[in-house]
Design a protein around this ligand. Structure first.
Ligand code: UDP
Ligand code: MG
Length: 316
């Protein structure tokens, strides 16, 4: 449903932070550079920092800001639960008619908010952003990222946009839809696609992180991509089954061929090397398929345990 927003409304700005002590205040300053826009549009802002178990002075920095400005809120976790968990906590905490997710490192420019808001006024349910360039990123990483999106979109019905950032402005309706997905393995990019709603995509050039370091190593990203695949596609399971079926058919044909050959020509004991190769190949394929099943089993196991997505240490 398209609805226009009118009157005083509350915008919840959700910022997951993990060891971002240098960025907390910069982000605050940058966000409130938009104050004239907020006043003009009668938007009230609540800024929710989610401290994802930071080991530096992030919490102290947020508390200092909270003393100065009561629009600043904080939920801090008992340990590092990951950005996905932080996003979920932020959305749960948000009371706004609108909510926006942003990184603390200013890679998601708050100056884009007026543009994004304009589309909400036009009736879009959510306004998402994607970066069109991967400038400043290692070449290998870009290559694998592209591959991931290509494969992912082939094997999953849920659309996952290449270069999509988590920077997204949403109406309350969309927020509630995302909150309704309380799964433990949270692949947010997929969840956004899955819930649907009318989404406007804004594009911008990649901006490099201002201060601090990225928390994503290559292997972390790789594990994350596997998470995405298992969470939003069951295609690998089908591949395993198909591969099994093909091997059965192949074996059956070979059996017939060998029986016929032996009946006609005799000579039962040659072909030992080829036998070893076949045994290796087949057992390899079996282990590989078992591994695929194992991936899904482990995800199911974690899901069935129904562990909380995050644990709160402090909430101000
Ligand atoms: N982040 C988090 N928990 C984590 C890792 C990252 O809350 O375990 C936050 C981080 O503080 C930042 C955002 O997620 O605000 C994006 O992280 P980062 O800049 O490291 O990722 P990149 O921009 O390189 O993809
Ligand atoms: Mg970043």
């Amino acid at each position: 449903m398209k609805g226009t927003v009118s009157g005083m409304k509350l915008l919840s700005v959700i910022v997951p932070c993990y060891n971002e002590e240098e960025n907390i205040r910069d982000f605050y300053d940058e966000l409130f550079k938009n104050t004239p826009f907020f006043v003009e549009k009668e938007i009230e802002v609540e800024l929710i920092y989610i401290d994802d178990g930071s080991k530096d002075r992030t919490v102290e920095e947020i508390k200092k800001l909270h003393e100065e400005d009561k629009r600043v809120h904080m939920v801090s976790f008992s340990r590092n639960f990951g950005k996905e968990a932080a996003i979920y906590a932020g959305l749960q905490k948000a009371r706004g008619d609108l909510a926006v997710l942003m990184d603390a490192d200013l890679q998601d420019p708050p100056s884009l908010l007026p543009d994004m808001y304009a589309y909400i006024e036009q009736g879009y349910d959510s306004v998402a952003t994607r970066r069109v360039t991967r400038k400043g990123e290692p070449v290998v990483r870009s290559f694998f990222a592209r591959m991931f999106y290509r494969i992912m979109n082939k094997i999953s019905k849920t659309e996952i946009v290449d270069g999509a950032r988590d920077y997204r402005l949403m109406t309350r309706q969309v927020v509630d839809a995302i909150l309704a997905m309380s799964e433990y393995n949270r692949f947010t990019k997929g969840i956004f696609g899955w819930v649907g709603y009318e989404t406007k995509w804004l594009e911008y050039e990649n901006i490099e992180r201002k201060k601090g370091e990225t928390k994503w190593s290559f292997w972390k990203l790789f594990a994350y991509s596997l998470e995405g695949i298992t969470a939003f596609s069951t295609m690998p399971l089908t591949v395993a089954a198909v591969m099994g079926a093909l091997f059965c058919i192949m074996a059956f044909i070979l059996i017939v061929v060998i029986i016929v050959k032996t009946l006609i020509f005799g000579d039962p004991t040659s072909g030992w090397p080829s036998m070893v190769c076949i045994v290796l190949l087949v057992s390899g394929v079996q282990l590989f398929c078992l591994g695929i099943v194992g991936q899904y089993l482990s995800k199911t196991y974690m899901e069935v345990k129904k562990r909380p997505i995050y644990l709160v240490k402090e909430d101000i």
